[in-house]
Design a protein around this ligand. Structure first.
Ligand code: DC
Length: 241
């Protein structure tokens, strides 16, 4: 069966990655969490005390850094690997969340990561989540979904996720971090967070994960159906007049 690209963009903590992972598992597609890649660059710069305005050192860092995803055989999950070491837990910490938007506005960082993401998805058969997948990375993605949810609902979900990792924060502090990231992500000049004109909107405020996954899978079926119909039409039919 033909393989397509599924782009899932939207605000932070809307359930993008949980939905994208489940859709990828259902279809046997690769899942690429592009936010993890921006987080990895942030961790790399912080660990080396590279200031976010020190362009020469950032460019050198982008040349040296090696970002990949490795499948954890036990959990079956893709984990972010920075210079050969799994750094999945560190990149999710609040100190990274607090700086990642500043790093992701840097054009050199975006160019490097966008190129890498395009290489990762060149054979199609991927579900990619992020902020600019449907607009910049794969503007020709066959399925585009733009996810949103009420900020307090998102903060509650994030608070629960962090609590599971023993990181405890007030709801308002998390909501403030989300608002700040939403603002920076949607106002930056280089590929800002924006709904692609052909992306379908998915508000997850009152939805559970299964409903979100079904919603995307329905879109995928519709897309595969119309691609197949188009293929049949082009290959199998002849003009009669
Ligand atoms: O999805 P996330 O919250 O892990 O993403 C972390 C940050 O990375 C987010 O604040 C914005 C940035 N990002 C981006 O600019 N472009 C992407 N394609 C993915 C994430």
């Amino acid at each position: 069966m033909r393989k397509i690209v599924i782009a899932i963009d939207g605000y932070s903590s809307c359930g993008k990655s949980t939905t994208a992972k489940a859709v990828a598992a259902e279809l046997g597609y690769a899942y690429i969490d592009t936010g993890a890649m921006y987080r990895a660059v942030t961790l790399y710069l912080l660990e080396r005390d590279i200031a976010f305005d020190d362009l020469p050192r950032i460019e050198q860092a982008l040349h040296d850094i090696h970002i990949a995803f490795k499948r954890n055989r036990k959990t079956g999950r893709n984990e972010l690997c920075l210079d050969g070491v799994i750094r999945e837990d560190e990149i999710r910490q609040m100190r990274i969340s607090n700086s990642v938007s500043e790093v992701s506005v840097i054009p050199a960082v975006r160019h490097t990561l966008v190129r890498q993401q395009q290489r990762m998805g060149r054979k199609r058969g991927v579900v990619m989540d992020g902020r600019d997948i449907g607009t910049t990375v794969f503007p020709d993605a066959e399925v585009k979904v733009f996810m949103t949810a009420d900020v307090l609902t998102r903060a509650q979900r994030r608070q629960q996720e962090l609590a599971l990792k023993n990181e405890h924060f007030e709801l308002e502090e998390i909501a403030e971090n989300l608002r700040k990231r939403d603002y920076i992500d949607s106002t930056r000049t280089e590929s800002p967070l924006r709904r692609a004109p052909d992306a379908v909107l998915l508000d997850t405020t009152h939805m559970v994960i299964d409903e979100q996954v079904d919603f995307v899978l329905e879109r995928v079926s519709a897309s595969l159906f119309s691609l197949a119909a188009l293929g049949n039409d082009q290959n199998g039919s002849e003009a009669v007049v």
